[in-house]
Design a protein around this ligand. Sequence first.
Ligand code: BES
Ligand code: MN
Ligand code: ZN
Length: 499
Amino acid sequence: MEFKTLSADPVRRKTACLVLGVFDGRQQPATTQLVDEATGGLVSRLLSDGDAGAKPGETHLVVQPAGVAAERLLLVGCGKPGAYDAAAYRRAIGTAVTRLGRTRVADAVVALGRDGVASLDAYYLGRQGAEAAAAAAYRFDEHKAKSRQPRSALRRLTLACETRADANQAARGAADGAAVAAGVKFARDLANRPPNVCHPTHMAEEARKLANRHRAMSLEVLGEAQMKKLGMGALLSVARGSDQPPRLIVLKYRGAPAGEAPVVLVGKAITFDTGGISLKPPPGMDEMKFDMGGGAAVLGTMAALAELKPRLNVIAVVPACENMPSGRASRPGDIVETMSGHTVEILNTDAEGRLILCDALTYARRFKPEVVIDAATLTGACVIALGHQYTAVFSPDDALAHELLGAAERAGDPAWRMPVNEQYGESLKSNFADIANVGAREGGSSIAAAFLARFTDGLTWAHLDIAGSAWKTGREKGATGRPVQMLSEFLLARQSRRT
Ligand code: BES
Ligand code: MN
Ligand code: ZN
């Protein structure tokens, strides 16, 4: 879907549908008021009679309104003016796209009103608008019979802006938003795919397609033999139980001179997590196909970068394998040697994420990175702590943590800082190896982060636990693509810091 901007009077603009924001209260946005006057008070009548609602999520479609050039009006509830923030704005755009998807409208003008979204300047209004529209239009129907899928006719949304300058800024935002949305879609598609389709080799092939399409990208894929040579005993121990061969996907984006230190993004990609010999209980186990969400998001961010083209070097390192029980699988009590030389006693084979990440993080050192950020669906404890709203940010580096939280805020991809320090590492003591792969149950996500911290000494590093944010459960089950939005914004902001 295309997302454009305009600054002309939306009342006189010919369009199949004019989307208007309606608020709970007496004061309506300027455009809604103008349309109300032009239609002889139609909008205020619909609201006062209760035919149209102003609550978030409510819509009312008017066909052939008299007095305006639009063929239809779509009233979209925006809630209380005081509560109308960036999230409410994104929701209103999403609601409009969903409702229009059930009509034959191909082209609509959106005038929700800026009133209240003080936190968003015109650029972010365009950026988040384009991202919200694309997210609402997203469908994953690769495995549904074609004939049963009614397709939305909506091809273009045009955001009405108050001034020419705003429209230009919003158009810049919309262009960046389209690139981020493409990255989000890349990540969602990968993560939504069933685990019999999306295995480590499939992820490597998708990275290959991406690298082949863009000149600034190059790809290297390491297999078992190379992992053995590098001494990646922890990563290999997780892969051992599966008939699917593991892959270490290394995708490079070059936007700056070769000598410039890269940002390295590491993404956990367990294409299915059964728990291994420490087998998970059956309820909801299908959702462990999303356990490659970190890897998908890191690759999705690369897909976004291919279009955003920032002046930065970025390298994605994605350890991909499957965690299965079998006669070859690791047993609780097994001791493995990591690439760093530290030995790990595997007390629970279900704590596999940190095992593949520790070797990937050690591998990342060879790029002499400026910053390393990993994204992983690492702990159930993180979901208990933060629910599905926030991505957890762990970093011993205050400046990096704040940089990530700022990016998350601007991107509308919420994140919350959580603690990581050596105190949490204390429970990882092993009587038989240098470190155990699990510690106490309490504070489980900080303990997992402390495990990773043992392997990131001397690096400027942050860990994002996306166990709660990477997918939705229940009726809306599916991948969210998070934190592509936050990582893309983080990288865009890094580039402009340099200029
Ligand atoms: N992939 C899971 C974490 C997870 C669980 C994410 C539920 C989202 C929802 C991870 O590999 C795992 O199993 N972690 C264990 C660690 C424990 C054994 C220390 C967990 O959180 O239970
Ligand atoms: Mn697990
Ligand atoms: Zn896992």
